[in-house]
Design a protein around this ligand. Structure first.
Ligand SMILES: [Zn+2]
Length: 404
């Protein structure tokens, strides 16, 4: 299976200029090709093939207006055309309902926060004996190797993020590390109150290191809004916000990694609701959905399932997970969002909204989960929900379940 390994890289001054040039060329090639296809479409002509675009690129390099494209590795430019093809394929697949709907490819801008170029094997890039990343027409860039690569990578993508940091992301072929089989199967309800609730009754909130980063970002954003437009201080504050954003993104990714690894190690099968996140994101819940980063998390669960020899099941998105009693299966209709705990009219069991949903997700996936640990036992007064503490080491919060 193929995995990505990303490392921070530190290009020097001339290398940063060369990279800026390469980002620029890749962008121009992408935009030129997009324009060719859009013009053809507007004129009612056939879809311009990748082969044709590639020929046009070769011709363009020989014109005075585009001669500077020769200063950059040809592979980078070819890969840029590939990216355009991928963007079109995703768009068409969305129209056909094969994946969440997304817009048609858009023109790239110099002001985009993320800039990237890709080198494949035939670009003759390499890792030097001294541990530098040697890139054609850019030079030997210093890399901070935070872990070892399991095998020789086939491609490398160089990325500059919104905070001005550079990364090298390698695609590496690895063997799955099949773990010994375990018993537990778990349903997972991804929510806004808690990041995730498990069908065994555990509720998992964002860890402290992520909440702290988010708080800092909020403060930086407030500081920015107070600065006068066009001032030097505003520029500085804008940089601080960009750096803060990057830190929140890093912290969130780290949290997703920790949690997805743990879930996939502990369970043989994990079931989640198919969120069709893109569709949800168009509603007023947009901000929370993006912030929670569920789709990134679910794709981590997916590749870790493959890596560890576990199973991830996605169930249909319209399962009425809060309308059905997970203990007896009686459907008693929708409940307003503020109702967090209720008593099943049929079997008299107290139900916790989130845990009930998680158990129903597991059941919808055909998993035999016992609702015993999950639910509040009959007769118990439901505990008040309270902010659960976080451990010092930054592990996700796990709140106890009353009566279990
Ligand atoms: Zn019931």
């Amino acid at each position: 299976m193929q995995l990505r390994y990303a490392f921070r890289v530190y290009p020097n001054g001339p290398q940063r200029s060369a990279l800026a040039r390469a980002f620029g060329c890749a962008r121009v090639v992408f935009n030129d090709a997009l324009r060719v296809r859009e013009t053809a479409r507007a004129a009612g002509l056939a879809f311009v093939t990748s082969g044709e675009l590639s020929k046009q690129l070769t011709v363009a390099k020989n014109t005075p207006e585009r001669a500077w494209l020769a200063e950059v590795s040809a592979v980078v430019l070819q890969q840029s055309l590939r990216d355009l093809d991928t963007a079109y394929r995703n768009f068409f697949d969305g129209l056909k309902g094969r994946r969440p709907m997304m817009g048609p490819p858009r023109f790239k801008s110099r002001k985009d926060t993320r800039q990237a170029i890709r080198f494949t094997a035939n670009a003759r890039w390499k890792i030097t004996p001294g541990g530098d990343l040697s890139l054609p027409k850019i030079g030997d860039v210093r890399v901070k190797w935070s872990r070892a690569l399991p095998s020789v990578p086939s491609t490398v993508t160089v990325i500059k993020d919104g905070a001005g940091r550079y990364f090298a992301s390698f695609v590496v072929e690895t063997d799955p590390e099949i773990l010994p089989e375990v018993e537990p199967v778990t349903g997972l309800d991804l929510g806004l109150g808690h990041f995730a609730v498990l069908s065994d009754g555990r509720k998992i909130g964002a860890p402290r290191f992520l909440r702290r980063a988010e708080k800092k970002l909020k403060r930086a954003q407030q500081a920015l809004s107070r600065k006068a437009r066009g001032s030097k201080n505003r520029e500085k504050a804008r940089h601080r916000v960009a750096r803060s954003h990057a830190r929140v993104a890093d912290a969130r990714r780290e949290f997703h990694h920790q949690l997805s690894t743990r879930l996939m190690c502990e369970n043989q099968v994990v079931a989640v609701e198919n969120l069709a996140v893109k569709g949800l994101a168009r509603t007023r819940m947009a901000k929370s959905v993006h912030d929670a980063g569920w789709s990134a998390f679910v794709s981590m669960l997916e590749y870790k399932a493959a890596k560890f020899g576990r199973t991830l099941i996605r169930i249909g998105r319209f399962e009425p997970t809060s309308q059905v009693c997970s203990a007896c299966g009686v459907k008693d209709g929708p409940k307003p969002l503020n109702i967090r705990v209720w008593r099943c009219p049929a079997c008299r069991v107290w139900l916790d909204r989130d845990i009930n949903a998680a158990v129903n997700i597991a059941k919808a996936a055909g998993l035999a989960v016992s609702a015993c640990r999950a639910q509040i036992r009959p007769g118990l007064v439901p505990a008040q929900r309270e902010e659960a503490g976080t451990h010092r080491d930054g592990h996700p919060t796990v709140a106890g379940t009353p009566g279990c």
